[in-house]
Design a protein around this ligand. Sequence first.
Ligand SMILES: CC(C)(COP(=O)(O)OP(=O)(O)OC[C@H]1O[C@@H](n2cnc3c(N)ncnc32)[C@H](O)[C@@H]1OP(=O)(O)O)[C@@H](O)C(=O)NCCC(=O)NCCS
Length: 170
Amino acid sequence: MVEIFELRQQHIEQVTDIIADLSDSFFYEREAVAARTYLQEVLEDGGRTKRQWIAVDGRAQVIGTLGYRSHTVARDLYELSWVVVAEQQQGQGIGTRLWRIAEQDLRSRGARMVQAWTSNRPYTWPARRFYESIGFVCESIVPDYWEDGDDLAIYVLRLLPPEDPRLEDR
Ligand SMILES: CC(C)(COP(=O)(O)OP(=O)(O)OC[C@H]1O[C@@H](n2cnc3c(N)ncnc32)[C@H](O)[C@@H]1OP(=O)(O)O)[C@@H](O)C(=O)NCCC(=O)NCCS
């Protein structure tokens, strides 16, 4: 049975491992190091601006993670952080379950908009399908962002409809 709860100190190593395991096919190797530092920051933040959930199987193994951080400047804007399901467990609804918990929490915080940054290289196709399946829309591509030949794809989901100040400006 898969359970979902918030990241704890003892899981940081396992979460980093599932990211490192995907570094041949999806992540750059340097990302596992960045993840470890980021996850430590999440724990120190204590849920104020960042939260990270993990999915754990019946053998107490971490098999997925998904979180968010609030944007430091933009109003009620959140960015997804470390959206990963272990390779053997993908396609079984775990990513969607993690997202539903984060979404509920984001709605209760009054989040206006959520962003997910990825790449548009062919191997990210499952990730892009995943974001689209939970309602995100690709709003922008920034060529050569990650490195030359690897573009940034910015996916966006509005949780609240736009207010109308833009109409008053006209
Ligand atoms: C993207 C990812 C987190 C999705 O998690 P998941 O548990 O596999 O996703 P789910 O089983 O909840 O699937 C939800 C939807 O995602 C899409 N999807 C998931 N895996 C897919 C795959 N291998 N191929 C195509 N679409 C896929 C489907 O649209 C699916 O909906 P459907 O089952 O109704 O067709 C996971 O596949 C993953 O970790 N991939 C590698 C790392 C990654 O891409 N992370 C995102 C970083 S930006």
